[in-house]
Design a protein around this ligand. Structure first.
Ligand code: G6P
Length: 615
């Protein structure tokens, strides 16, 4: 959460920073701000509550000159979203400006100590404390701002990616990170920095992923210097090639990123599957598993950890691993797992799932699993993010940048990779037959075409969305493989339409939620023709007999539901373990059209952020 961007070079920094902020807005949009250092020794700061567009309006009246600058888009943690709490924050001396993504946990103690040295604070933020600390060390120790930043970071507890500029030094940009991400883009005579690579694409494809505990001194016209914050020893500059195109970051003719991402799913699954199933369909090839065969052969237990939508994918992963690998599997919210003192040892495999690869709780869960000797496998989307770099092995889902805050294509990509992973582990352990792999892998390979057909439901889902304008509550029900699909369908609706929606195991509904059902509370029931279809029919009847409207997601060819449910939406038939991938598409579309019908901003829903880098 929060996005930071910076530039030093020969062009005007302002336009580059604004464009970068727009790309990072998915990380938070409570406020935005920019600080520019002009060659005549001026530090110009502009800030505005709300989106980057508001900042542009505010800044238009002021000075936006300078070829060095830093900028920030905020997801509020300390202090309400307003102009004062917006970043950049400037030191009391007026010389140093900072932008920060993360949280300074010991800010209250530091603030008290600084107050005793005469510092006053304008904002309620932890970040302002950090810039005052830098300022204090700079003036007390009479050292360079670079040394003061490093020294201040040694006193700080928490997570940060920061960029710092100094009014009297228009040739220097300082960045550092711990736990929060930071990428440096290396141009010919210019340097870009950002929370992820999206603001850098189009300028350069040469990037450095700053490591934890690293600080970079970027001086105009000089090679970038990297050092360890703790030991102050220089570290190796590892320039990598960025594989991201501008087209991937644009809406491509769709009204919103979310709709584009829903419709991209046939292609994203093609990319996700590429090279991972042998030509004859009888074997799954995942290098991350093959390279560690011994670990998977000897594993005694698997634990999946994740947050949000990724946690729903993990629940499906649990069923897949149970079915293919005959291993005990549990699923944990990363935020709970990290504080639950779980029993883990070197026979445990922990699978961490994360679209962004930056979720703070998931990263902390990984750290804890490592400390206890477990082998950690990552399933991520963003290449080079912190989670892939902090896991022992893993598989990328390769669905391309997901910009809509509500996850869609990443979810289907995660479930696809989990299906492959379960089969790959099953192959090693001898718990799955070649014939079974062939059946599922062949169906998986045709999933892009199946999703193309499923997406033809869009007009039907749009029409259906107009039926439920009366509803303030929804129930989503499913069983077996599709209980997590129900949870994910409900989450999509909540996230983008702000309608309360509850996902529940269909049979569990009679132990509570059934009390809520009346003619104003519709239920969406995921009921493909699987091993539990006959069971779920009676759950549908229980809802109907209490006056609730039912939308049933059923398999093509199903007729029996037509006479029971109010609406039955027909999805292509696939093997049971693949039904969540197909069933989630009409649910994404339904949530999307309901939210759009209510006039909501589906790409940037209120209060949410895509990359949650705080606890
Ligand atoms: C946020 C996003 C969700 C996402 C969750 C976990 O809440 O809004 O879409 O599922 O974080 O993120 P991750 O990147 O770890 O999958």
């Amino acid at each position: 959460m929060c996005g930071i961007v910076g530039y030093i070079g020969s062009r005007g920094a302002y336009d580059i920073l604004i464009q970068g902020l727009k790309r990072l807005e998915y990380r938070g949009y409570d406020s935005a701000g920019v600080a520019l250092v002009d060659t005549d020794g001026c530090l110009n700061v502009h800030k505005a509550r709300g989106k980057v567009a508001n900042l542009e309006q505010t800044a238009a009246a002021g000075n936006t000159n300078g070829t060095l600058g830093i900028a920030h888009t905020r997801w509020a943690t300390h202090g309400e979203p307003n102009d004062i709490n917006a970043h950049p924050h400037v030191s009391q001396s007026g010389d140093i400006a900072i932008v920060h993504n993360g949280t300074i946990e010991n800010y209250a103690v530091l603030k008290k100590a600084l107050a005793e040295h005469g510092y006053t604070f304008k904002s309620e933020t932890d970040t302002e404390v950090l810039v005052q600390l830098i300022d204090y060390i700079h003036s007390e120790n009479k050292c360079s701002v670079y040394d003061a930043v490093r020294e201040a970071l040694l006193q700080v507890e928490g997570a940060y990616a920061i960029a710092v500029v100094e009014k009297s030094n228009p040739d220097q940009l300082i960045v550092a990170r711990k736990s929060s991400p930071l990428v440096i883009g290396v141009g010919d005579d210019e340097t870009f920095i950002a929370s992820d690579a999206t603001p850098i694409v189009g300028y350069t494809d040469r990037v450095i992923y700053l490591k934890d505990d690293e600080i970079a001194l970027i001086r105009r016209g000089e090679p970038i210097q990297l050092s360890s914050i703790h030991s102050n020893t220089p570290s190796k500059v590892d320039i990598q090639k960025l594989k991201l195109s501008l087209a991937q970051l644009e809406k491509g003719g769709y009204d919103t990123f979310m709709l584009k991402e829903i419709f991209e799913q046939p292609d994203t699954l093609r990319d996700c599957l590429r090279g991972r199933i042998t030509d004859d369909g009888s074997q799954v090839v995942l290098s991350g598993v093959i390279d560690h065969q011994d670990i998977f052969a000897k594993a005694e237990r698997i634990t999946l950890v994740a947050c949000g939508t990724s946690w729903h994918a993990a629940l499906i992963g649990k069923r897949l691993i149970q079915d293919f690998c005959s291993l005990p599997v549990s699923v944990e919210y990363a935020s709970e797992f990290r504080y639950s003192n779980p029993y883990l040892n070197d026979k445990d495999v922990v699978i961490a799932i994360s679209q962004s690869g930056e979720t703070a709780d998931t990263l902390a869960a990984i750290q804890m699993a490592h400390d206890k000797g477990a082998f950690v496998y990552g399933i991520c989307n963003v290449v080079g993010a912190s989670i892939p770099r902090n896991t022992d092995s893993g598989t990328y889902i390769h669905v391309g940048p997901e910009i809509g805050v509500a996850s869609t294509k990443a979810f289907t990509g995660q479930v696809t990779v989990l299906t492959l992973l379960a089969m790959a582990i099953g192959q090693i352990r001898g718990t799955v037959s070649r014939a079974r792999v062939k059946e599922v892998a062949t169906a998986l390979r045709s999933m892009p075409e199946i999703l193309e057909k499923t997406l033809k439901l869009a007009p039907e889902m749009q029409k259906l969305s107009r039926v439920f304008t009366y509803a303030h509550n929804f129930l989503y029900l499913g069983r077996g493989y599709n209980y997590p699909t129900a949870l994910e369908g409900a989450l999509k609706l909540k996230e983008i339409s702000y309608i309360h929606a509850e996902g529940y195991p269909a049979a569990e509904m009679k132990h509570g939620p059934i009390a809520l059902i009346d003619h104003e509370m519709p239920s969406v029931i995921i009921a493909p023709s699987d091993s539990l279809y006959d069971k779920i029919i009676s759950n549908v009847q229980q809802v109907k007999s209490r006056g609730g409207a039912v939308v049933a997601i059923v398999s093509q060819g199903n007729k029996s539901m037509d006479t029971i449910a109010d609406f039955s939406v027909k999805i292509p038939r696939v093997p049971e373990c693949l039904t969540p991938i197909v069933a989630s598409v009409p649910l994404q579309l339904l949530a999307y059209y309901i939210a759009v019908g209510k006039g909501k901003n589906v790409d940037q829903p209120r209060n949410l952020a895509k990359s949650v880098t705080v606890e």
